[in-house]
Design a protein around this ligand. Structure first.
Ligand code: MN
Length: 299
């Protein structure tokens, strides 16, 4: 006879985060910050921040919109494109242009300087821009490791179809249903890009022991028999439990994030996230003195 284990119970929904306030990152990215360590601290560990940019229609332009040269140290920036194109260059030699379905996983670690701009071709024709930038923390022992850049094109990301026609899961990092995502990570991290549509309830298997953030970008997802998580809202779920109980989903695009929490102090300032105030002062000094490098000038 099957026995009920912790892994078979549903994760409890702890809270739903909302943020209606937009701000601009540079002149190219109108974002809503849906998750931030400044507010949620270790509750979203190993993640630090999630900005949702757009969706916004941009008219054709010859201008280079976006955010110019700026540094990062102590974590990784993960950019996931839903619409439009983003071009990137960094002082570690990484760079490229990514479009819908593509992901850029940049390990800033000891420090890089980079720029993030609308793709040249996209800007020339104009169109809809929508993307997510996620910051993933690094454990103290890896914060000063060399920078690294992974360009993960859509064709390398496995798509797993859910039984019963409830939708699909693109595995960017970690593992789902026996399929491993292409991103290399420092600690166990799962990043799944979900498309969900179902009038019927179903269980979505998730790792037991990790808190889960379900970031709904479009449509809505009803969970645990009552709560609806709508567009630009994030459901935060308990560590315990091996699945999410989804009652119904309407045309939903969502990101599911979870990973092994990093149980270390978080001290951040702007583009730097370290463990102590002294390390932040050092990061600022190293950036000012050029130790994080510079971008070659544009030809
Ligand atoms: Mn940046």
């Amino acid at each position: 006879m099957p026995t009920k284990t912790a892994g078979q119970s549903a994760k409890k929904l702890v809270s739903v985060q909302r943020n209606a306030a937009h701000h601009w990152v540079g002149d190219g990215f109108p974002v809503r910050t849906l998750l931030t360590y400044a507010e949620l601290g270790a509750r979203i560990s190993p993640f630090l921040l999630l900005d949702h940019a757009g969706p916004m229609e941009f008219p054709p332009t010859q201008k280079r919109l976006g955010v110019g040269e700026h540094p990062h140290r102590g974590f990784e920036t993960v950019t996931i494109i839903y619409a439009g194109e983003v071009e990137h260059r960094d002082s570690g030699g990484g760079g490229g242009c990514i479009g819908p379905g593509d992901v850029q996983w940049m390990t800033a670690a000891s420090g890089v300087v980079h720029e993030e701009l609308h793709g040249r071709n996209f800007a020339r024709h104009g169109g809809m821009l929508e993307m997510v930038q996620l910051w993933v923390n690094l454990p103290a022992k890896d914060k000063m490791s060399p920078p690294h850049y992974q360009s993960i094109t859509s064709d390398r990301i496995p798509t797993v179809h859910l039984a019963g026609g409830h939708g699909s899961v693109r595995v960017i990092a970690g593992e789902f249903g026996g399929h491993a995502g292409p991103a290399r990570t420092f600690t166990p991290v799962h990043v799944w890009d979900l498309r969900l549509a179902s009038e019927q309830s179903f269980d979505l298997a998730v790792p037991d022991g990790y808190p889960v953030a379900l970031v709904v970008l479009k449509g809505s997802v009803r969970v645990n028999g009552c709560e609806t998580i709508g567009a630009a809202e994030v459901g935060l779920f308990d560590r315990a439990g091996g699945h999410l109980c989804i009652d119904s989903a309407h045309d939903a695009t969502a990101l599911l994030l979870c990973g092994e929490p990093i149980d270390e102090p978080i001290v951040g300032s702007g583009p730097f996230v370290m463990n102590t105030a002294e390390e932040i002062r050092q990061a600022q000094a190293d950036y000012q003195s050029g130790k994080m490098g510079h971008l070659p000038s544009r030809g």
